[in-house]
Design a protein around this ligand. Structure first.
Ligand SMILES: [Zn+2]
Length: 267
C-alpha cells in the first residue's frame, strides 16, 4: 500500500499528504464547491472544522447543508483553490495562482487567519524587494522605482489598506507606510499617488506625518544661526527650507536674543 517515502515520513506529513490525496482524488467526497467554471469535491469532515465559513454553509440552516452544493459568487477561483488546498494540507503553494492581495482578502473572507498572514507576508516581502531595488537616492520619477505593473499592484494594496475602515485591512497599513516612508518624495511627486491622497484622507494624514518626520528628528541647534557664537534662545526655533531644483531639505535653526533684538534674525 504505502511507498518507502511515506513509510519513513513522520506521522504529521503523512496525514497531511493523505488529506491532499483525498482532495485530489475526490474519494469519499460528500459536498461540492463551485466557483465560476471550477468545481471541488470536498469533505465536510475536513473543511468544516478548519474553516468557519464552510462550517456555517454546510452545517447551518442553509440550502447548502441539505443540497451539499455551495456556489461561491464574488470569489476568484484561484483564491478558492488556494484556501481549500490550505485547509487540506496546512501549507500554501509556492506559486499562488492569485494576487497576494486577493488571497489576503479571500483568506479573511473564509475565516482562515493563518493563510491571511501568509499572504500578508508575501505582500510585505514584495514591497521590501521593490524598496531594496530602488535603495539609493530619491528618484523623482516613480518609473525608476517600479515597473508600471508593480506600481498598479502597489496602488491596489494602498487602497485596500487605507480605503476601508474594516479591521481586516489594518495589518496592511504598517508595511505600506514603511514602504511609503522610504520613497515618500518620489510618491509625493506622482500624480496617481496624489489622486489616492485625495481619495483616502487617512492616508493623506499619514503622508503629512511622514513628510514632516525629518523636521522633528533634527536636533535642536545650540548656536545662533545668524552670529554663530551666542546660544539660541529657548523657544526661538524655526524650520529653514533649502530648496534646489532636485530636492528640498530642511534644517532646524534658531537665533540668540541679541540678534533677534537687532533685527538680524531675517538676515
Ligand atoms: Zn546671534
Amino acid at each position: 500500500m504505502s511507498d518507502q517515502v511515506s513509510d519513513r515520513a513522520t506521522p504529521e506529513p503523512r496525514y497531511s499528504s493523505s488529506d491532499k490525496k483525498l482532495l485530489e482524488s475526490g474519494s469519499f467526497s460528500d459536498v461540492i464547491i463551485k466557483c465560476e467554471n471550477r468545481t471541488w469535491n470536498v469533505h465536510r469532515a475536513i473543511i468544516c472544522p478548519r474553516c468557519p465559513f464552510f462550517e456555517k454553509a454546510f452545517n447551518g440552516p442553509f440550502q447548502e447543508s441539505t443540497t451539499g452544493e455551495l456556489v461561491l459568487h464574488d470569489q476568484v477561483p484561484g483564491v478558492v483553490d488556494e484556501v481549500i488546498r490550505y485547509l487540506y494540507t496546512g501549507t500554501a503553494s509556492n506559486k499562488v495562482d492569485a494576487h497576494p492581495l486577493d488571497l489576503f482578502k479571500g483568506a479573511d473572507f473564509f475565516g482562515v487567519p493563518s493563510l491571511a498572514y501568509i499572504a500578508l507576508k508575501q505582500i510585505k516581502s514584495t514591497l521590501q524587494e521593490i524598496a531594496k531595488k530602488a535603495n539609493y537616492g530619491h528618484f523623482i520619477d516613480v518609473n525608476n522605482i517600479m515597473t508600471p505593473e508593480e506600481y498598479e499592484d502597489f496602488l491596489l494594496i494602498v487602497k485596500a489598506a487605507f480605503g476601508s475602515g474594516s479591521a481586516t485591512y489594518l495589518p496592511l497599513r504598517d508595511p505600506v507606510l514603511r514602504f511609503i516612508s522610504l520613497k515618500k518624495l518620489t510618491l509625493a511627486n506622482d500624480e496617481k499617488f496624489q489622486g489616492l491622497l485625495e481619495e483616502l484622507p487617512i492616508l493623506a494624514v499619514e503622508m503629512v506625518k511622514l513628510l514632516a518626520r525629518p523636521l522633528t528628528t533634527f536636533q535642536d541647534p545650540k548656536l545662533c544661526w545668524h552670529c554663530k557664537s551666542r546660544p539660541v534662545q529657548a523657544g526661538r526655533l524655526w524650520i529653514l527650507e533649502l530648496a534646489s531644483r532636485a530636492s528640498v531639505t530642511y534644517r532646524k535653526v534658531g537665533v540668540c536674543a541679541e540678534c533677534e533684538e537687532h533685527g538680524n534674525a531675517e538676515g
